[in-house]
Design a protein around this ligand. Sequence first.
Ligand SMILES: Nc1ncnc2c1ncn2[C@@H]1O[C@H](COP(=O)(O)OP(=O)(O)OP(=O)(O)O)[C@@H](O)[C@H]1O
Ligand SMILES: [Mg+2]
Length: 353
Amino acid sequence: MYESYYGLDSKPFQLTPDPEFFYASKLHKRAMSYLQYGLSQAEGFIVITGGIGTGKTTIANSLLDNMKEDIFAAQIVTPKLTPDELVKMVGAKFDLDVANKSKTEILEALERFLNQLSQQGKRALLVVDEAQNLPLETIEELRMLSNFQKDGRPLLQSFLLGQEELQPILRAPNMEQLRQRIVASCHLAPLNKVEAKEYIEFRLNHAGYEGESLFTEEAYTAIHEFSLGIPRRMNTLMDRVLLFGFLEEVETFDVEEVNIVIEEVKSEMYIPDNKMPLRTDASNYNEQDGAKDGALYTANGTKINETQYYRDMLHDLVDALDDALKHKIKLTQYIDKLLKRKYQAYVRLKTEK
Ligand SMILES: Nc1ncnc2c1ncn2[C@@H]1O[C@H](COP(=O)(O)OP(=O)(O)OP(=O)(O)O)[C@@H](O)[C@H]1O
Ligand SMILES: [Mg+2]
């Protein structure tokens, strides 16, 4: 929508990981060379950890993008798999027929496939995303898969991408066998202020922006503070900042403009932690006051002691969500109005020509 206003050929802050838009900070460059070294080993495991949205999938995709010709990569993104499901999924991802096949049959077919691939001078790579969610016995199955060999040469290498929780899993005493097979690992930290600015400029330029800097230093600081240097948060914010700029015809963004958008985005990013829904104990349940003994329980039955604190927090949460909803409706109406106005101006200009 705002692309032509800012002279862009494409959207600079898409959320999908795109190797074309890969920005390599000093740390990324170091991580890339290290990971490339790991890949060249053609065996064992390469591990990438990092917080949510820091770029694990992006760095893995960029790495693979450079080596498309030599590697047959299969990516698994559904992580809560039993060992048997894992084997089936790996088979399917390598285009093997797995329907109605036993685990042994699939493993045999997999070995044949890996051998053929190796004869063609190619190799296989398994990319397991969100690996922090893999059950331990499935990680163990992965390790078993890494044992396929021909003439002493390993046939399958694996990439494990995961959030920080993956680190303690790999550090566990019973993971020693897997640990010894890790050939390279890196941890992605959020971008610092200088990198965040470079990241924004890089993505803008890559999308075709050629003008003067769109942001003042203070605006960059505000963007970095709000996004915490996490690329996905930066992308979400920047997309909205540019939309706002287009609608309000902003040529250079200062901290005021950025802060307006931050306030808008803030309310929309207020996501409740509903992984463990609260419930009242059924036997004590009472419509009027929620529970007779006033106690609240988590989904797995643990009693919550500071009930009042959580009640107040939930009330605040409901209020905040209400506000966010109202805000969103208002914003949609506002955008709608501005778009109509722009469209009318456009039609007028066209007819006057
Ligand atoms: N180095 C980078 N260069 C360019 N864009 C990046 C970089 N790192 C991350 N991004 C962008 O940030 C967003 C999130 O990246 P990505 O999906 O790779 O994160 P992730 O760590 O895999 O997230 P999750 O924890 O949800 O799996 C994407 O839009 C991606 O394009
Ligand atoms: Mg990811």
